[in-house]
Write a protein that binds this ligand. Structure first.
Ligand code: ZN
Length: 137
């Protein structure tokens, strides 16, 4: 199992924003990052813009409904870094390793997110206070 897990990389940094347009005005217009595809992930109730940054990306997340986890995050803590995402070659193996180490997942079953990739979130209590997304790529 170990060999399959050595090929991990930072995939993206997820930033919760009040407005995707305002976020793009800063990260694209002012900072100069390119804007990749903008997608709505209806199950998560978010609109997402991906801005490539070297080998990684900035993911701007805007809530599309008040019950969205992003809406709750912004209401409670304001805009800011919401999660970091690490890409793994084998999500099933990564989940097995995490669970055998006692780490909890927010949702035990992998979800399908932006770009059609499978992902899970590790509970921040088990990852030192950082919401950690694992994406299979
Ligand atoms: Zn993400």
């Amino acid at each position: 199992m170990k060999a399959e897990l050595t090929n991990m990389k930072l995939d993206h940094l997820g930033i919760a924003v009040k407005s995707l347009e305002a976020g793009i005005r800063f990260y694209h217009d002012a900072l100069g990052l390119e804007v990749g595809p903008v997608e709505e992930v209806s199950r998560e109730k978010v609109r997402v813009a991906m801005l490539p940054l070297g080998e990684t990306r900035v993911e701007l997340l805007e809530a599309t409904a008040p019950e969205s986890t992003i809406a709750k995050f912004v209401k409670k803590r304001g805009e800011g870094l919401h999660h970091i995402a690490i890409k793994v070659p084998d999500l099933t193996a990564a989940i097995a390793k995490l669970q055998s180490s006692g780490a909890r997942l927010v949702n035990p079953e992998p979800q399908i997110g932006a770009g059609g990739h499978r992902y899970v979130f590790v509970h921040p209590k088990d990852s030192c206070g950082v919401l950690l997304e694992l994406v299979e790529k």
